[in-house]
Design a protein around this ligand. Structure first.
Ligand code: ADP
Length: 603
């Protein structure tokens, strides 16, 4: 359907012009459309044809009046010929309109889709730290709102601006041929008239914005109120809420009233100003006709032409804010598309398999733009199949260590070896095929239980999915569900318990049959039954696979082959549970504290 089906091509082209004309978004946009201009021109051509009845009718009417005033045969001929032309122009309006819309929409909609998929693709490539820096809302707004603004800008630019120019050109052209003096009048008076009209509209614009902001505030408050209903009800605070909303609604109503009155006054005033200018035009052309410098019928022609010229100027000036907004969006999209913060995997060694032996060698890491190292001097050798529990206070660097292992970031100094190879030299995509990550807060999406378990494993059979579910202790739950694996999950799995969500995440890990597992245990307390079920599931999952656990629960820590204790980004202790307890160091104190809390809670 269009040239931009291929999102790579769209991205490449956009980035090329963005890098070339970074400070001139208009050039970026025009560059982006190179190769498509002819479609806009064709679309404009059909617009001209479709619009011709409106463009030429004043002239045709004037011709008829002049003909009738002349009388006799001329009159008859003038009526028939001009009406005939008018009907003929009307006959081609519908087909021309179709072709106009088709050409225009093809280019702009195609571009819109192309830009969006280019952005989506880019987001999938951008590094995890980039995503952490940019809030997801901002990126979402780029994909939806900025692209829409660019699409609007493009249609405005290529169609409306060209159409405005064309309208002006034809109207002024005919006037120039018919009478130069009137042309001078138009050129001097029309811009003044349109500026005056706009000055009035601007005023309305401001009040309108105030009202819109108030409306947005109201809808935010309503949202908040609805979310708060259970709390409000529980505390019998309905009247307080009603009163608060009533005040907000009253304020909105007052702003709305002001807007209505002002809109009406300024609208009327603007209209009167415009009509006054038209009256001047009528006086001017009337006297011209009286003096015999123009034909009587031409008065209507000039009158309509004047209106057209003023309207076109007004439209052009009104387009300016839209254009500014669209150009801002071009820059905003360009920033993302041209970002170099992506993972470089090309040309690196592809791992055909993973055994699961790891080694940290003098690893140091600091988040960009922050002071001090989050991890330093990390030295650790992990043979394949071992389970390592990483413990430490909040902020000690556990998550950062896991993110380095996934390859989200690279160490600033030192190396991480995977099966003896430096992680910097391997294709991380190939490495991650052998990884399963079970996050602290499992991320589920709207879809069936089956889709959520088999995420990314399209070819998994029902048996495999069920086996993974059973391994994750989900078997009896699924059997109880009327729709089994086809049960729909609500957004983020809202219709599930915390324990169930975690077990789905575990099933998702199991089905990948990974060689290495990263497990971030949930800190939140679970009931004894859920805890036990998850524990069993985890034991099955980690068996014979290299596993890194950010551990909070005693059971996981006890079962680990080795425990690594982090403090301020350094390994302060490492060993088995028994060894560390015997040593009576940092770990011993942490454990004693935790155990006494557990006992107190149970008591
Ligand atoms: P833990 O998982 O042990 O709680 P983290 O690895 O999350 O610790 O964090 C270690 C330190 O790094 C903390 O001081 C935290 O504030 C800092 N940190 C974590 N993420 C970022 C980030 N994206 N940018 C800057 N500092 C960060």
């Amino acid at each position: 359907m269009n040239n931009f089906r291929d999102s790579d091509a769209a991205q490449e082209k956009f980035v090329k012009y963005y890098k070339k004309y970074r400070n001139s978004p208009m050039k970026v946009l025009l560059g982006f459309y190179t190769g498509q201009y002819h479609k806009f021109l064709i679309s404009c051509f059909f617009y001209l044809i479709k619009h011709s009845p409106a463009l030429f009718s004043p002239l045709l009417i004037a011709n008829v009046i002049n003909g009738v005033l002349a009388g006799g045969e001329t009159a008859k001929r003038a009526i028939l010929v001009n009406a005939g032309i008018w009907l003929a122009l009307l006959a081609i309006h519908l087909p021309a309109n179709y072709l106009y819309a088709m050409y225009r929409s093809r280019v702009t909609r195609g571009t819109e889709a192309g830009l969006r998929s280019a952005l989506v693709r880019k987001l999938q490539e951008l590094s995890i730290p980039y995503h952490t820096r940019m809030q997801s809302g901002r990126l979402q707004s780029k994909i939806i709102r900025d692209v829409e603004a660019i699409e609007t800008l493009s249609s405005q630019l290529f169609n409306n601006v060209l159409n405005i120019v064309m309208n002006l050109f034809i109207t002024i052209g005919i006037t120039a041929v018919k009478n130069r003096l009137i042309l001078v009048f138009f050129v001097l008076v029309a811009p003044v008239a349109s500026l005056t009209v706009i000055a009035f509209r601007r005023r309305i614009g401001k009040v309108n914005r105030d009202f819109r902001l108030e409306m947005e505030e109201t809808s935010a408050r309503v949202m908040e109120m609805v979310e708060m209903v259970p709390v409000t009800r529980a505390h019998a605070l309905e009247e307080v809420e009603n009163e608060r909303m009533a005040r907000q609604l009253q304020a909105t109503a007052e702003k709305g009233y002001r807007l209505d009155i002002l809109q009406s006054n300024f609208g009327a005033a603007g209209w009167v100003v415009f009509q006054v200018f038209q009256a001047f035009c009528l006086i001017f052309t009337g006297f011209m006709a009286l003096k015999g410098r123009i034909l009587v019928g031409d008065i209507t022609f000039y009158q309509t032409s004047f209106t057209t010229v003023v309207n076109q100027f007004t439209a052009l000036i009104n387009l300016l804010p839209l254009i500014t907004k669209g150009l801002e969006s071009v820059t905003s999209v360009g920033e993302v598309l041209s970002s170099d913060d992506v993972e470089q995997n090309e040309g690196k060694e592809v791992l055909p398999d993973l055994k699961g032996a790891f080694e940290f060698k003098n690893v140091r890491y600091a988040y960009p733009g922050t002071e001090g190292h989050v991890l330093d001097d990390i030295n650790l050798t992990i043979p394949e199949g071992e389970t390592i529990a990483v413990v430490g206070e909040s902020g000690s660097g556990k998550t950062t260590m896991m993110n380095l292992l996934i390859g989200f970031m690279e160490p600033d100094r030192g190396q991480i070896l995977v099966d003896g190879k430096d992680m910097k030299s391997i294709d991380l995509k190939s490495y991650r095929r052998f990884l399963s990550v079970v996050p602290q807060m499992p991320l589920l999406f709207t879809g069936t239980l089956r889709d959520n378990i088999a995420y990314g494993m399209e070819n998994a059979t029902d048996e495999e999915i069920m086996a993974a579910a059973k391994a994750a202790n989900l078997g009896s739950m699924i059997e109880k569900l009327p729709n089994g694996l086809d049960t729909m999950l609500e957004e983020h799995g809202a219709n599930l318990s915390g324990g169930q969500r975690q077990r789905i995440a575990i099933a998702r890990a199991v089905i990948r049959n990974p060689k290495m597992i990263i497990l971030d245990e949930a800190t939140s307390a679970l009931d004894v039954v859920s805890e036990k079920e998850i524990q069993n599931a985890l034991e099955r999952l980690v068996k014979d696979r290299t596993t890194f656990v950010v551990a909070h629960r005693l059971s996981t820590i006890k079962n680990a082959d080795r425990i690594v204790v982090l403090e301020h980004g350094r390994i302060v202790e490492a060993g088995t549970y028994e060894e560390l307890m015997e040593k009576q160091g940092v770990f011993y104190h942490m454990e004693s504290l935790q155990m006494s809390t557990v006992k107190n809670n149970k008591a």
